[in-house]
Design a protein around this ligand. Structure first.
Ligand SMILES: [Zn+2]
Length: 476
């Protein structure tokens, strides 16, 4: 099975996707080059030349301290040597981990990279999602302050997350993850030997982050039909095509880490990032499942624990949300809705949100942050009452469209199983308890202004305790 749209096809890829409904006007080839090849590493000097990086100025290579190997050699040393031999003035910037032993995308790191940038320099991120996001956002802020464009290239070291082709950056602000506008990379280079030698748990996580689309796109459409989000188009769905079938078919190659497996996955991941960037929102790849994951991150942050592998955590919250969708699609009867009982009292909700988040963050900061976002959603829900009535009347059609893009948890489990991914929260590192997962499932809607199925269940007074017991069964 082929990809409907192959990001490795250069200008042809862009020409074809520009014809899709929902492609933004006046955005011509925002990423100049994307390479997904065996030995792509050795093309790096030529690629820099092609995207007009200035060899007279420094090449800032941003990395963390993680040791990476490629066919038994030290990857970072190898990259630096190739660049040095090609005549580049290489200036390594090494990001330091915090007390959890991890580097996180925060302003401290971003400012440090930004401070090292000089006029005309080129930035090369050598790493996975976090290193890419820090470098990207440093370049973005530098350009905004100085008005001079920079060449920024990503050398992707793992198929771990759909972030590399994104023009947004998820950044910790006051302990809560927020997505800020950022910039595209000028070019992306995926060396298949490097991707094959990445820790396998990162590859598994990359698949997991993609599966989110089977919840997030239904959520996006739901919000659109309820008048709560006007940005919906079919573009993201069309761009990603029959992703689940491709993943099933490629699962063995991914598990065996063949070049074919690494290439297909890297391309799907690139498409996932573009689906968000070109829709100008994270909504296509981030719905109820990601908000649950953010809650689990928040719990870890407050307990000073390392964060679990993002995509793997997301794959499991996706199973929960996909289960909730199956129940909703089967059991929701619009004729039974009592409209007046679907509008919770703002004071009551504020009380509940404050109490809920005080449990995990006694400082009250998280409560404040969550309520300030949630109140906007609740206000919009009240304002769009007419859209809700129209939604109830048109449920037959809406249901078909949602059913078309959502998947049974069993189908998603089959993909995860075929690539040897963790299938339960207890298998995660660090492991997540049933109580924590339940807390995330129940309270994710209270955290964000984005409407998802989780909110509908609250507004409709759904029996969520019973629903939780049903969706949790899949996880055993
Ligand atoms: Zn994600």
């Amino acid at each position: 099975m082929e990809l409907d749209y192959d990001p490795g096809e250069g200008i042809n890829f862009w020409r074809r996707i520009e014809l899709l409904s929902g492609y933004p006007k006046n955005e011509h080839m925002p990423i100049e080059a994307m390479i997904f090849e065996s030995n792509a590493l050795f093309k790096l000097p030529d690629l820099l030349h092609d995207v007009k990086a200035n060899p007279q100025e420094p090449l800032l290579t941003v990395m963390d301290k993680t040791r990476m190997t490629r066919l038994g050699q030290d990857l970072k040393q190898l990259v630096l040597r190739i660049l040095h031999e090609a005549g580049w003035q290489v200036r390594p910037i090494v990001l330091e981990p915090d007390l959890t032993g991890q580097v996180h995308t925060d302003m401290l790191h971003i400012e440090a990279v930004k401070a090292a940038i000089t006029s005309g320099a080129t930035l090369l991120a050598i790493g996975s999602g976090t290193v890419c996001d820090i470098t990207k956002h440093a370049a973005y802020l530098y350009e905004r302050e100085n008005g001079t464009p920079l060449v920024f290239v990503v050398f992707q070291t793992a198929n771990s997350v759909s972030a590399y082709t994104s023009n947004m950056a998820p950044i910790f602000v006051n302990g809560v993850k927020r997505t800020l506008p950022s910039r595209y990379p000028t070019a992306l280079i995926c060396d298949l030997e490097t991707l094959a030698d990445a820790p396998y748990e990162m590859t598994v996580a990359g698949v997991g982050d993609l599966l989110a689309a089977y919840v997030s796109i239904p959520d996006w459409y739901l919000a659109y039909r309820l008048g709560m989000d006007h940005t919906y188009t079919d573009f993201a769905r069309l761009l990603m095509g029959p992703m689940d079938d491709i993943l099933i078919e490629t699962a063995e190659s991914i598990r065996e880490r063949t070049q074919h497996g690494m290439q297909i996955l890297a391309k799907l991941i690139a498409l996932g990032g573009l689906a968000m960037s070109l829709s100008h929102a994270t909504t296509p790849m981030s719905g109820y499942e990601h908000v649950m994951s953010h809650i689990l991150d928040m719990i870890a942050e407050i307990n000073h624990q390392p964060l679990a592998q993002h995509g793997t955590q997301v794959s499991l919250t996706t199973l929960l949300a996909a289960g909730a969708y199956q129940h909703f699609l089967q059991e929701f009867i619009p004729q039974e809705v009592i409209l007046s009982s679907c509008y919770p009292d703002a004071k009551e909700m504020e009380k509940e949100i404050r109490q809920t988040f005080l449990e995990i963050d006694p400082s009250g900061k998280a409560s404040e942050e969550c309520w300030s976002d949630y109140r906007l959603k609740l206000e919009a829900w009240y304002t769009n009452r007419e859209s809700f009535i129209a939604f109830l009347n048109d449920w037959g059609k809406i249901r078909r469209k949602i059913a078309n893009w959502s998947r049974k948890p069993e189908k998603l489990l089959k993909i995860l199983c075929a690539i040897n991914a963790p299938l339960t929260f207890s298998q995660m590192i660090p492991s997540i308890t049933e109580a924590q997962a339940r807390f995330a499932f129940m309270n994710a809607p209270l955290m964000r202004k984005r409407l998802t199925l989780g909110d509908m269940l609250i507004f409709l007074n759904w029996d969520r305790k019973k629903l939780w017991e049903d969706v949790w069964k899949v996880m055993k």
